[in-house]
Design a protein around this ligand. Structure first.
Ligand code: 6R9
Length: 658
């Protein structure tokens, strides 16, 4: 252990809870614990969030739960998300910065609400002129440039749900999503900067279009005034469309509260990702509400969430929530270590960021890089968030001391693509912080821990179990796009009485393990299903395996998660080869490439391990858990259900031979 580790350990042993600074509490958006009582008036409590928005038509029913799990929120209400994020701020805050963007090469753009209004209107006109219709899903494959939120908000304005695909996803992942959503329009960009290089991004769309089973129109933004890479003649340049629609205004379409706002594909327990479908009213209300109460955002703040908009965190906590509240939201295009490891703190200083939101992976990285990159940078956060994975108490304390200067609050927020917004988190002025713990239930949310038989586990027992949510909430997904059965099978079936029409009999299964302490705080232990969390990116082991199976030389494969000090988890791929194929560097390379092509470079395996056989149960199921034990150097545990226990032992001996 280093001196730093010893010091952190000592402090943690000494102190379990950390109080929010008085200065924070005094200015907090919410500091009265009565908020929890108000939200316990279920479902009416959630009206408090809906009232933060402007509605064209007031709802007449807060929650229709007559057909669980197909809940409907703010029924009868009508609104437009783009009008809520832009138009309604024009009178008071038109000249204030809505989006503060910094490109990797150092250029900056301060986009005021008025400018955002103009750009979104022109893009909305352009989309409409290209034939985008209300309720048509537009797939957007774009990096962290202002054109991305502009396109999202333009879609929202004309009532076309968007499906944003993280820019790091491969051509195959893109074509899968375009096919699944049956998108007739795909919006992309020529390229963007990453660690000083201009990446050709459009080539992914070029390749993807060959695998799309229909013929979508491709609209192309350019990172600079002119395209920097070849753009196919079949595509339409957005710049040309915008020129045709300069100055045009598009009346925001009044959307039913239940009309979908977007799809976000996420990994599950099968090879095919699921399109989580989010509603307009409930989602936006929940995004605005949690930004207000959990993130403590005020219009005059500068708020920086360093996630990528291509994931749910960016949707809710870079775009929709912050803009609905009329604040300034920061976007940075590039890598945190380009041109050097102090880039993050330079940005924080230059823009005087008040609220900073990042992932435990980033914190561990900053910690590894060392405090010398922070020193000398004059920034002062009032509030900091973590999301995406459990944060180890040591990393938490380091973040608290070195980034927060011991006078910022930290909120650890647990939630998922499916949940739309935070579900387990403290309200920073109300509860004390407890390193390593996500905290208590958010207002109105009813989490519980069940054992495998569906019996509630009492906090007093200190026992871990399945994290579930016993009551609906406005930010929850509506369904899996086009697949109501999968929606039920993935999230509800296990712990619900699916024959019942009483919503009390329906329980949402999160897929995470958790334990509740007697103080009511939840500690999240990680996924219990075949989903991994690599540097906060969610990946299905089955998705990786299906990419591996594309390689001819491979007979069978299994992906196991290995614990990693920096990324949290990384995938190890165990492979058996076909008869007559020898293991070789070429085959290994082919496997890695197949994963990069099928999913994206961010899914690259930690190791490819060639084995003679995979451990299987008597019924022939591969036991990934055993491989995980092997990858992590743990005991094999009970191997009696294996067809041939010696297989696991041989793999263990092969890997840990030295
Ligand atoms: C928002 C987001 C969801 C999964 C989730 C869990 C893990 C998220 C966490 C956390 C521990 C936290 N997770 N927040 N684990 N503490 N504060 O990350 O969505 O990409 O769908 O991932 O991430 O395992 O089930 P998503």
């Amino acid at each position: 252990m280093s001196d730093q580790d010893i010091e952190l350990e000592a402090r943690l042993t000494e102190q379990e809870y950390f109080e929010p600074p008085e200065e924070f509490v005094e200015q907090a958006n919410v500091s009265d614990p009565a908020v929890y009582d108000r939200f316990d008036e279920f479902p009416e409590g959630f009206e408090e969030y809906a009232e933060m928005l402007d509605w064209n038509e007031e709802w007449d029913t807060v929650l229709d739960d007559s057909n669980p799990p197909f809940y409907e929120w703010f029924v009868g209400g009508e609104l437009n998300a783009s009008a809520n994020c832009i138009d309604r701020h024009l009178d008071d805050r038109g000249d204030e910065t809505a989006i503060l963007w910094e490109g990797e090469e150092g250029e900056t753009r301060h986009i005021s609400y008025r400018e955002l209004h103009e750009e979104v209107n022109e893009m909305a006109a352009a989309l409409r002129a290209s034939g985008v219709e209300e309720d048509e899903v537009v797939t957007i494959h774009m990096p962290m440039v202002p054109a991305l939120p502009v396109t999202m908000l333009a879609c929202a304005r004309i009532g076309a749900p968007h499906s944003v695909v993280f820019a790091g996803f491969s051509a195959t992942a893109l074509s899968d999503r375009v096919n699944s959503a049956d998108s007739d329009h795909v919006v992309t960009i020529d390229g963007y900067y990453r660690r000083g290089d201009f990446l050709n991004h459009i080539e992914k769309a070029d390749e993807a279009m060959g695998n799309v089973d229909h013929d979508p129109e491709v609209l192309v933004w350019t990172r600079h005034d002119e395209p920097e890479v070849d753009v196919s003649d079949d595509y339409t340049l957005v710049a040309d469309l915008l020129a045709e629609h300069e100055g045009e205004e598009v009346e925001p379409v009044s959307r039913d509260a239940e009309d979908p706002l977007f799809l976000m594909y996420t990994s599950g327990t099968t090879g095919q990702p699921k399109g989580c479908q989010h509603r307009t009213g409930g989602y936006l209300a929940y995004a605005a509400g949690t930004c207000n109460y959990v993130e403590d955002i005020k219009p005059e703040d500068t708020y920086w969430c360093s996630a990528d908009i291509g994931w749910i965190t960016g949707h809710t906590y870079i775009v929709y929530g912050p803009l609905a509240l009329g604040t300034t939201t920061v976007m940075y295009e590039g890598a945190p270590d380009y041109p050097d490891k102090s880039r993050t703190w330079e940005i924080a200083e230059a823009y005087d960021v008040d609220i900073f939101h990042t992932s435990p992976t980033a914190v561990r990285q900053f910690m590894k890089w060392g405090t010398e990159h922070i020193e000398g940078h004059d920034f002062d956060f009032r509030h900091m968030t973590t999301v995406g994975e459990p944060i180890q108490p040591e990393a938490w304390l380091w973040y608290y001391q070195h980034i927060g200067g011991e006078d910022a609050v930290i909120v650890d927020t647990w939630w998922q693509t499916e949940t739309g917004g935070h579900l387990i988190t403290n309200l920073p002025a109300i509860q004390d912080m407890k390193p390593g713990s996500a905290g208590v239930a958010a207002p109105g949310i009813e989490p519980a821990i069940y054992d495998d038989d569906g019996e509630p586990v009492d906090a007093e027992t200190g026992q871990a179990g399945n994290l579930v949510i016993e009551r609906p909430w406005p930010g929850m997904l509506q369904t899996v796009y086009g697949d109501d059965e999968r929606f039920i099978a993935e999230y509800w079936e296990r712990f619900s009485d699916t024959d019942s029409n009483d919503s009390e009999d329906w329980v949402y299964e999160a897929g995470d393990g958790a334990v509740q302490a007697t103080d009511g705080y939840y500690r999240i232990l990680g996924r219990l299903d075949d989903v991994m969390n690599v540097a906060g990116h969610r990946l299905g082991t089955m998705e990786i395996e299906s990419a591996v199976s594309e390689v001819d030389a491979v007979a069978e494969s299994a992906v196991a998660s290995r614990e990693d000090a920096e990324k949290g988890e990384v995938p190890d791929v165990y492979v058996t080869l076909r008869e007559g194929v020898e293991e070789s560097e070429e085959v290994r390379q082919e496997i890695v490439e197949s994963i990069e092509e099928g999913i994206g470079k961010f899914a690259r395996p930690n190791e490819v391990i060639f084995v003679d056989d995979l451990p299987k149960t008597r019924s022939g199921k591969i036991m990934r858990r055993l491989l995980e034990n092997i990858s992590n150097g743990e005991d094999l545990g009970n191997t009696t259900t294996l067809r041939d226990p010696s297989v696991a032992e041989r793999i263990r001996d092969q890997i840990h031979a030295d």
